[in-house]
Ligand binder design. Structure first.
Ligand code: MN
Ligand code: MN
Length: 518
């Protein structure tokens, strides 16, 4: 038995358990390992015999680069990222991500649980729910009843960005601007002097809404937040970074052409209001009931001469949300009900009725318990299901950046290209605020990934006392669910353009698939 366990260690090429890994056909499961020595041969080897000594490779923990994974083919890695880039270019806000996810879910024959009356559900059925156009839950009903627990992969679909204020429009020195309030943790200087696009919606006085999307089409104008020229930045250079750039000064440049009437007041602002009225039928007060977001106008693109990485706005956390979504969409007849949970508001603390602090997951599991039992429903089933459920909190991790030495403990850090980053705990300054997964649960996930040749490595978010972070893990753990953070390592996290390895993206997708039971 021990010998079998040892042979399963990563780094040893094994028979491929994930032979076919395109997005349409589930992988074929093969034998669990290459042929081993016969049992008698093992038994004849005396304990302590030099032949029986483990090689360094067997004894030491050494994560393998995901590109070297014997069961991942380059074609599959590359092909998966092509679809990811296409999706990312259509999903730059949480609303857009959910809209695109619903379209995909329908393609995969998932039905809207809230449009299906009180239809009972049976194993293999596929359902989804959308809340407020910003949060989504998908489920594939398992063979075991929901009260025996579920398998959840949870990610968030909001990303750091610049939000437009509710009363935003003003004119200054013959130019027009939108005032902003940034959303999530950003390094403000990174958002200056780059092309920006405007996304969102405006609710008009009569209650109708108009969608806004300017800056994504090649022929659209874009926007920008200006920066100070270096020639005149002497005082700025001497300030601390967090004082040199002020949130209240991050105003988006909208225009600089006046209306013809030279005697009119605020001629430049009036011109913009006229144009907004022509295009959207809105007046200034309508902007008060709007959710407008400024996001980078860049497209997701390959990075590197070898095209091994993807650069995109919003990898955090759409890279995990997309991989979790695809894994759920492709799950067929799982043992345990498979749930993909796509939440909003993570970047500002998972608050509100579309954040992970809400009752959305509990309510969805209650609905599943109700729909899968015949008149026997009671609240205890939901409590039992939560107590027995297991979750991967699918969020990105900070990859070691050789340009910034000293921010990580290299033995416990995320790395680009080393596959899924597993994080037992997050938190900061003495693990404060961490959801600390149990050793038993970490052991279970490690075993699952090893048995399925999923490349992974163990991480913490940065060196001790260098900062820290958290995810939705703690909110779901509070419900009784076993949760561990498992996601894609990034470079330049929270920057307008973040970097992920294609091999890691593929590893996350495969990891979530095996967790759901494929
Ligand atoms: Mn995140
Ligand atoms: Mn984040």
């Amino acid at each position: 038995m021990i010998e079998q366990e040892e042979k399963r260690k990563r780094g040893r090429p094994r028979k491929n358990p994930i032979e076919k890994v395109d997005q349409t056909t589930p992988p074929v499961k093969r034998g669990r390992g290459r042929p081993r020595k016969s049992e008698s041969a093992v038994a004849l080897t005396a304990a302590g015999d030099s032949k029986n000594k483990k090689s360094a490779q067997d004894l030491e923990y050494k994560p393998v680069n995901a590109w070297d994974n014997p069961v991942f083919t380059k074609n599959n890695i590359m092909a998966f990222s092509e679809n990811y880039k296409i999706f990312m270019n259509k999903a730059k806000t949480e609303r857009e991500f959910i809209k695109e996810s619903v379209a995909l879910a329908k393609q995969y024959k998932f039905i809207n649980i809230d449009e299906s009356g009180d239809k009972k559900l049976k194993p293999g059925d596929k359902v989804y729910r959308v809340l407020k156009d910003k949060l989504m839950l998908l489920a594939v009903i398992g063979k075991k009843p929901a009260e025996e627990g579920t398998r959840i992969v949870g990610a968030h679909v909001d990303s750091p960005r610049i939000d437009i204020k509710q009363n935003p429009l003003y004119e200054s020195t013959d130019m027009v601007f939108f005032k902003t309030h940034y959303y999530g943790g950003i390094k403000k200087y990174q958002w200056l002097a780059i092309p920006l696009a405007l996304h969102g919606l405006i609710v008009k006085a009569d209650g109708t809404t108009v969608e806004v999307n300017i800056g994504e089409d090649e022929n659209d104008p874009v926007f920008t937040i200006t920066d100070l020229l270096p020639h005149l930045a002497k005082e700025q250079y001497e300030k601390k970074l967090n004082e040199a750039f002020q949130g209240e000064h991050m105003n988006v440049l909208l225009g600089s052409e006046p209306i013809e009437d030279k005697d009119a007041k605020e001629r430049f602002k009036k011109n913009i209001l006229n144009l907004l009225n022509e295009k959207y039928g809105i007046v200034e007060e309508d902007l008060i009931s709007s959710e407008l977001q400024v996001v980078p106008a860049f497209k997701a693109r390959d990075i590197g001469i070898d095209r091994s990485m993807v650069g995109a706005y919003g990898h955090d956390d759409r890279v995990c949300a997309y991989t979790a979504l695809m894994a759920a969409l492709e799950t067929e007849n799982p043992e345990y009900t498979a749930i993909c949970y796509l939440t909003d508001k993570e970047e500002i603390g998972s608050v509100g009725n579309t954040g992970a602090e809400s009752r959305a997951l509990e309510n969805f599991i209650a609905e599943l318990c109700f729909r899968t039992t015949d008149g026997q429903y009671n609240d205890l089933l939901v409590r039992m299901s939560l107590d027995r459920s297991k979750m991967l909190s699918a969020d990105v991790n900070a990859a070691v950046d050789p340009n910034y030495e000293g921010t990580h403990d290299k033995m416990n850090a995320g790395y680009l290209g080393k596959g899924i980053a597993i994080m037992k705990y997050s938190g900061s300054r003495g693990k404060a605020g961490a959801s600390d997964a149990s050793a038993e649960y970490l052991g279970e996930i490690r075993r699952l990934f090893n048995e399925n040749s999923i490349p992974w490595h163990i991480t913490e978010l940065g060196a001790v006392d260098k900062g820290g972070g958290g995810t939705i893990a703690m909110m779901i753990a509070n419900l009784g669910v076993d949760v561990i953070d498992v996601g894609v390592p990034l470079l330049s996290m929270h920057a307008p353009y973040e970097v992920a390895s294609k091999a890691d993206i593929f590893a996350a997708y495969q990891g979530y698939r095996v967790f759901f039971g494929k």
